[in-house]
Write a protein of this length. Sequence first.
Length: 269
Amino acid sequence: MWTAAVGLAAPEWAAPWFAPWRGVGSAVWRAAGSGAAAPGTVAAALNACAAPAIPVRFVPAVEVPADAAYEAFIARRRAVPTRDNLHDAFNGLAWLRLPAAKARLNALQAAEIARDGVRATRGPVRDAATVFDENAVLLHAPDALWQALRERRWAELFGPLRPLWAGTRVLVFGHAALEKLVAPYKSITGHVWRVAPAFDPAGDLQALDEWLAADLTADRLAAKPFAPLPLLGVPGWWAGNEDAGFYDDAQVFRLARPGVIGPHPAAAG
């Protein structure tokens, strides 16, 4: 189930999508070193950079019994199994910066496993929690921009509404999405979750973390109030999107299928 230790590619920390992770991320990467790593190196680096209040510690993935569910192991041991790879390093960074939200996701998944066991097909709550954990993008945005995004009105979203992006806040939460952004390509798409509080992506995220942990309920996740967003389309994130033709790529900026879009719920409270 778990892979052997590998070296970590160095992210381009100056890239806008890494802004929330730059400080602690560069510290973790320095602690882990470069090139080939001994097993447990990333777990040790994350532990070394964790604040005392972080509710979990990081352990080498080999500590997980073969028959144990990942989420249940975390909930029971308060320990996050960590392989020496980019995917798990970014997962650890999310725990370090947004620990309340990560703990909430884990609690929801562990509760579903305790009730239903591990099945071949995840139920709606576990499925949505996994999507969030791996691929969520947090967005604080005006109503007009959010509605256009929900309805995939790309020409309007990145044309007439483009000035609204200046007051919009975007944070890539999902560790799988962050891993992909180490070597960015046009079709990387995140699952957007609208948030109510404004935040500074490179600043103190505690208030956002506390709000998000309360907003992540089983009912809200099961409703899957996500909106797809090709991340390199965010104004200011990629030089190529200054050309309006960038958004004409229908394989990336896809139109919504009829009947797929439901209500576009505003973020709670």
